[in-house]
Design a protein around this ligand. Structure first.
Ligand SMILES: Cc1cc2nc3c(=O)[nH]c(=O)nc-3n(C[C@H](O)[C@H](O)[C@H](O)COP(=O)(O)OP(=O)(O)OC[C@H]3O[C@@H](n4cnc5c(N)ncnc54)[C@H](O)[C@@H]3O)c2cc1C
Length: 367
């Protein structure tokens, strides 16, 4: 089977072998069996955050097709008392719809994100002022190196801005995700934390709005940007945002044009290595602050407009959203998508000295 049928960018060559895992036991067995025999393996959810090479992949592709949302006992006294255990293959947006229907808040602003629930922690999906990290209690994983299944509390997942320990190389397969959600009088969502969403809802930042309204507003905003999968909208034939927003030091940001959008970040406490048994000699030095920049602004100001494509290429920048690289033509290859990404990186680098990092996972495909 060709992987372009299983990815939202609709690119990618053939898989040698595909296994469809409909139970977590099958998922574990398929991965351990391949691992044990030295066969390369790839776990694939909805294929909405990957760029798979035109040559395809060697070995086995294990499709995560497990289903199930289980209501766990409430956690009385917790600000987020509603507890759910969701199997990895459960489609993410169907889960969000289910929580909104039940009046449970916490993931409503993540409406319309394609893909599976098991992939949500891989890059700590986020949108419109929410991140899934805020609602994850723990995940059950298969730790591939030890071959064991275990429950990992959220802090050990090292969830950060579009990243996690797994995205950074920990060989683990997510089997299920435990979430903690709010239950409020009037079925309200979490305080709105994103200006465009607040405007659409007619509330101030920090105010709450009904869950149903938040979901509808987010879906409408996303559709206007081609960020909801829609067969009828070729601009949605993408992997979502192709680049993360770069984070740079305060002093570097001072050198950028004054109108470059920037959002100050919480400074990370500095890392400190102290030999066992010894006391830290001095308090750690203060760290310089950092700011997050807008990748879309940098791309546009580097001269790349929406709809841009290289001559003869099937890949293009979305006409609705600067950050999405699309296969709107229906004939793009993975190599062409990567070529466009490299071109954008080079233009932004030479204009502003900023490196843009791709958000999707490249499979067998060099950048
Ligand atoms: C139109 C569009 C809009 C998008 N909008 C957003 C957005 O607003 N915010 C956002 O954060 N992302 C967004 N994305 C990106 C994408 O939808 C998310 O990253 C999603 O979580 C990927 O899920 P998936 O099941 O499709 O993962 P896949 O693409 O199938 O896999 C992605 C990576 O995760 C690994 N993986 C998948 N499942 C598992 C598992 N169970 N255990 C271990 N590893 C696994 C894969 O091996 C691969 O490395 C968007 C994508 C599209 C196409």
């Amino acid at each position: 089977m060709r992987l372009d049928e299983l990815t939202t960018l609709r690119v990618g060559g053939a898989a040698e072998r595909i296994v469809e895992a409909t139970s977590s036991e099958q998922l574990v067995d398929a991965v351990l069996e391949a691992e044990g025999s030295g066969e390369p393996w790839l776990v694939l959810g909805g294929g909405s955050n990957v760029l798979v090479a035109d040559d395809g992949v060697e070995g086995v592709v294990v499709r995560v097709m497990t289903r199930g949302i289980e209501r766990l006992p409430d956690a009385p006294g917790s600000a987020r008392p509603v507890r759910l255990r969701v199997q990895a293959g459960e489609p993410w947006d169907a889960l969000v719809a289910f929580t909104v229907e039940n009046g449970w808040g916490g993931i409503e602003a993540l409406s319309g994100i394609p893909g599976s629930t098991g992939a949500a922690p891989i890059q700590n999906i986020g949108a419109y002022g929410q991140e899934v990290a805020e609602s994850i209690v723990s995940v059950e994983v298969l730790d591939v190196d030890s071959g064991e299944r275990r429950t990992v509390p959220a802090p050990q997942l090292e969830l950060g801005y579009r990243t996690s320990a797994i995205k950074q190389g920990w060989r683990a397969v997510v089997l299920s995700v435990d979430l903690a959600l709010e239950r409020s009088e009037g079925a309200l969502g979490r305080p709105v934390a994103y200006a465009q969403l607040a405007d659409a809802l007619g509330v101030d930042i920090g105010q709450r709005a009904p869950l149903v309204g938040v979901r509808a507003a987010v879906l409408a905003l996303r559709a206007s940007k081609g960020m909801v999968l829609d067969e009828a909208d070729p601009q949605s034939r993408s992997a979502g945002s192709f680049f993360t927003n770069p984070i740079v030091s305060d002093s570097f940001a001072l050198g950028l044009p004054p109108d470059a959008p920037r959002w100050p970040q919480q400074p990370e406490p500095p890392a400190l290595a102290v030999p066992l048994g010894a006391e830290p000699a001095a308090p750690p030095a203060a760290v310089e602050g950092t700011v997050k920049l807008s990748a879309a602004w940098l791309i546009e100001r580097a001269g790349i407009a929406r709809g841009f494509r290289l001559p003869g290429s099937g890949a293009s920048v979305s006409t609705k959203h600067t950050l999405a690289l699309t296969n709107a033509s229906g004939r793009a290859t993975a190599a062409e998508v990567a070529e466009l990404a490299r071109y954008i990186q080079t233009r932004v680098m030479s204009e502003f000295g900023v490196v843009l990092h791709p958000e999707p996972v490249f499979i067998n495909q060099p950048l």
